[in-house]
Ligand binder design. Structure first.
Ligand SMILES: NC(=O)c1ccc[n+]([C@@H]2O[C@H](COP(=O)([O-])OP(=O)(O)OC[C@H]3O[C@@H](n4cnc5c(N)ncnc54)[C@H](O)[C@@H]3O)[C@@H](O)[C@H]2O)c1
Length: 165
């Protein structure tokens, strides 16, 4: 597979964040987008003109247009959508948190385990922050408190973290 064909499910804040950098990736493309809100779908379509548009995730994952989905809907829907995607043979990249209950997260993990040839990843990008890792290695407890209206997440600066000890 030269290029992974992605479908983005949920094109609100985070879905749009992903759409805005996707065309810089060499090995991935956006082939489909989905949102329950028609206005948001149209806004996203302007940024991803070649992508097929769907108003339900069921239609997107059944379309044959994608190899993988990026799930960026509200938390509680992550397990349902991810499990349905695995069952259609699609790789899943899901926004954090995985689920809102441990039971649902385990159900999602079990579905991933049942499809070992499919990739499953959760987007905990802050865990790769050099500052956070440095402090964890150093034994400090650090909580991330980056503002959610700061879409670029530019500051992995000390000021955006709350030191707990
Ligand atoms: N990794 C990060 O740093 C980060 C940052 C912000 C948000 N998130 C996560 O991203 C997810 C989305 O957050 P957001 O801020 O983008 O929310 P949002 O409300 O802006 O966007 C969610 C979108 O999903 C759509 N939607 C809802 N139900 C749907 C369905 N069944 N099918 C298709 N579309 C549906 C909504 O219409 C909306 O456009 C959350 O789980 C959140 O925790 C992660």
């Amino acid at each position: 597979m030269d290029k992974v064909r992605f479908g983005i499910i949920g094109v609100g804040n985070m879905g749009m964040y992903h759409i805005n950098y996707f065309n810089t990736l060499e090995n991935a493309s956006i082939e489909a987008i989905c949102d329950a809100d028609a206005k948001k779908l149209d806004t996203a379509a302007a940024k991803a003109p070649g992508a097929k548009k769907f108003s339900t995730y069921q239609e997107l994952i059944s379309s044959g247009a994608v190899d993988a989905v990026l799930v960026a809907t509200p938390h509680f829907q992550h397990p349902e959508i991810a499990i349905a995607a695995f069952e259609k043979g699609l790789h899943v990249l899901c926004e954090k948190p995985e689920a809102v209950t441990v039971k649902e997260a385990r159900r999602m993990n079990a579905a991933a385990d049942a499809h070992p040839k499919l990739k499953f990843s959760l987007n905990f990008q802050m865990r790769t922050s050099p500052l956070l890792n440095k402090n964890i290695e150093g034994g400090d407890k650090v909580a991330c408190c980056t503002s959610f209206d700061d879409q670029e997440f530019p500051s992995h600066e000390p000021s955006s973290f709350l030191r707990l000890n």
